[in-house]
Design a protein around this ligand. Structure first.
Ligand code: MG
Length: 176
């Protein structure tokens, strides 16, 4: 098994997959941001930061693929530094963490789950926003949306959730 797609003895071209999940409550008096994109709605997501669960799920997928902990480790809510922080700042930091560890981002796939608002009109803007923050081509980012079909808390419009998968490839031997 010596093909370029296989992990070499030096660890290069090792592929690593990670998954992420997050959910936040919808409340009055907050702006709604998903994937870093402001979305018109009567409520927004509650959180220590801006509550952008799409970005948080992507961050955890990337950190998980690198075995680099999760958002709670890097951006603890006990730290006032991260209060009301734009989640795009977290994503930029996570991009830096995985890059420093010698990984390139092959692709990211994320599904947002919301009963309301309807997210379909915002998917391409979210894709652009995420790919820009991750410094990868939009073609490497997929953003999908599902309604909850009226089921459970999300179906009652009490919150929004997101799940993400990320694939990393080791491009540098050294772990800095
Ligand atoms: Mg979160």
């Amino acid at each position: 098994m010596g093909g370029a797609m296989h992990q070499g003895a030096d660890g290069l071209n090792e592929y690593r997959v990670g998954s992420g999940f997050d959910s936040h409550r919808l409340v009055a008096g907050r702006p709604l941001l998903l994937g870093g994109v402001p979305i018109e709605h009567d409520r927004g997501l509650l959180g220590h930061s801006d509550g952008d669960c799409v970005i948080h799920a992507v961050c955890d997928a990337l950190l998980g693929a690198a075995s680099a902990g999760d958002m709670g480790v890097h951006f603890p809510s006990s730290d006032e530094r991260w209060k009301d922080m734009k989640s795009l700042v977290f994503l930029d930091e996570v991009r830096r963490i995985v890059s420093t560890r010698g990984y390139a981002i092959e692709n990211v796939d994320v599904t947002a789950i919301a009963q309301a608002p309807r997210l379909a009109p915002h998917l391409s803007a979210m894709r652009e926003s995420l790919s820009k923050a991750l410094a990868i081509e939009a073609e490497r980012v997929s953003v999908k949306a599902k309604s909850a079909d009226g089921l459970g808390a999300i179906g009652r419009e009490e919150g929004v959730a997101a799940m993400a998968t990320a694939l990393l490839r080791r491009t540098r031997r050294e772990r800095l």
